[in-house]
Design a protein around this ligand. Sequence first.
Ligand code: DGL
Length: 255
Amino acid sequence: MRIAFFDSGVGGLTVLREALKLLPRENYIYYADALNAPYGTKSKDEVRLIVKKAVEFLNARGIKALVVACNTATSIAIDDLRASFKFPVIGMEPAVKPAVEKNNGHGKRVLVVATPLTLREEKFHNLVSRVDTQHIVDYLPMPELVLFAEKMIFDGEEVSDYIREQLSAFDLKNYGTLVLGCTHFPYFRKVFESIIPPGMDIIDGNYSTVRHMKNVLENNGLLDGKGCGDIEFFVSSRPADEETVRKFKKLLETN
Ligand code: DGL
């Protein structure tokens, strides 16, 4: 059986890419809920419903584990999914903990960028209260980046103007780390790098998520190592058309 990766669109490919490197001998399903993207500006109830529907589709196909490669869907639906399905469900959260550990005691702050819904959710605020003992974490919603990514626009003036304008609310020389708390955002890493001051680093939670996925699979005896990195692509409960498959594969290779 395959490991399924799920996101509202192209964002989860940035996580699947890491999984392919770590576990190349597994087979995968990638499910992009593009007809319902973006999630980050929807209501909680709406997201809970559409995520459940998508995962029911995956469950009916038969999968051995699910990676919710979307911070927004994780914050809304992970508990419900774990209670509803038998396979292991691996979620994501913004990498606030490593960012805080790195900057605590160094006089620098941490800036988390994510979708409005992720940043509004209790899960995020609980995470921050748990790890941010010195109150160095700030956050900023950047919903437009999801729209740019879905349109395959990853650089250019429009993107850099948006990022620059949003970040201008913060005096970045006081910040040590930028946390990409949305799986669509690693596509813009180069643009972020060209805007933030030298010395400020950028982290995302992708690698730690797939490392965790590997442990979960191992602990459940679900790693068979007989696959070859084959991926079946779906878009909102339909097999992806050829052009979309080509686009997704290109994103997996280039980003
Ligand atoms: N990629 C998703 C995340 O990590 C959300 C994007 C969206 O649909 O708003 O939060």
